[in-house]
Structures are given as structure tokens and as C-alpha cells.
Write a protein that binds this ligand. Structure first.
Ligand code: FES
Length: 159
């Protein structure tokens, strides 16, 4: 697909989502979630369509997308690894876990490895505080992260 065709396709699918949801109260977040579900991220080309559809400025839409950690500006890798950075996990060493994972993968939060295998994201409480520090790999929670588990996770996402 050419870039032009891809952006027309994004615009028309985005417009359909907006039509379906703009009657909701506070439609922006549900619309962004649907768009992310549809495309795996919130494409840049969707932003002006959302702004026009909801009568907002592009800056407002962009501000909301960048404020919420849930929204991705780029397609995710084949795996998505989320590391909990909230208080209970912090007190159990999540900073050291994050540092180790970042070093092993060679990426920072909100980045994807160059081979497209994994996207690393922070998350703020997975409801697994009793087993902190915690993570989520492709939707499955993992508790009590230690060096061994971190290495296993990294090996899994890289395989
Ligand atoms: S603070 Fe990490 S799971 Fe609750």
C-alpha cells in the first residue's frame, strides 16, 4: 500500500469510529482506545480527523494522546512488556528491574527493539502489589520479578 493510500485508509477507518462513538459523553478517550485497538497504535494521520470530528484543536488531541501512557504513537513490537512503576513495586525494587530490562533489551520505556520483537512500557499498578515487583507480558501478569525471571522473560521475547 502506498503511503497516501495508507493514510486515506486510516482517515476513513478513524472517521467511521468517530461516527459510531461521538454521541458518547466524553467521547475522546473511548475513541482513542478504539483507534488503538484497530491499528495497534494511534497513528499520526488519525489525529486531524479526530480533531475535526470532535471540534477540538489538533494540539488538544495530541496533548491527550501524549498524556495517557496507554496510547502508543507507533506500532508495538510482537510482544509488549509492561513493567510496573507504581509505589508498591517501587518499594520492592522496580527501578532496578527496569534498569536491568532496559539494559538487556537495549531500549528505554516507550521504545521497541529494532528487530520489532518487543515494546517496553511502564504501567502504574497491575493489582499485583502483594507480589511486587510486577510486570505484564502480552496481557499476562508476572509477579516477584527477580534476576532469573527477568532473564527468562527477555529470552522469551527475543526468541
Ligand atoms: S504497585 Fe505494582 S502491582 Fe501494584
Amino acid at each position: 500500500m502506498t503511503m497516501q493510500a495508507a493514510s486515506t485508509e486510516i482517515a476513513s477507518r478513524t472517521a467511521a469510529i468517530i461516527d459510531e462513538m461521538k454521541g458518547l459523553e466524553g467521547p475522546l478517550l473511548p475513541i482513542l482506545h478504539s483507534i488503538q485497538e484497530e491499528f495497534g497504535h494511534v497513528p499520526k494521520d488519525a489525529l486531524p480527523v479526530i480533531a475535526d470530528g470532535l471540534n477540538l484543536s489538533r494540539a488538544e488531541v495530541h496533548g491527550v494522546v501524549s498524556f495517557y501512557h496507554d496510547f502508543r504513537a507507533h506500532p508495538a513490537g510482537r510482544h509488549v512488556l509492561k513493567l510496573c512503576q507504581a509505589e508498591a513495586c517501587q518499594s520492592m525494587g522496580s527501578d532496578a528491574v527496569a534498569a536491568k530490562v532496559k539494559q538487556l533489551l537495549g531500549i528505554d520505556f516507550h521504545e521497541t527493539t529494532r528487530d520489532g520483537s518487543v515494546t517496553l512500557e511502564p504501567v502504574y499498578c497491575l493489582g499485583l502489589c502483594a507480589c511486587s515487583p510486577s510486570a505484564m507480558l502480552d496481557g499476562e501478569v508476572i509477579g516477584r520479578l527477580d534476576d532469573e525471571k527477568i532473564e527468562e522473560i527477555v529470552a522469551e521475547v527475543r526468541s
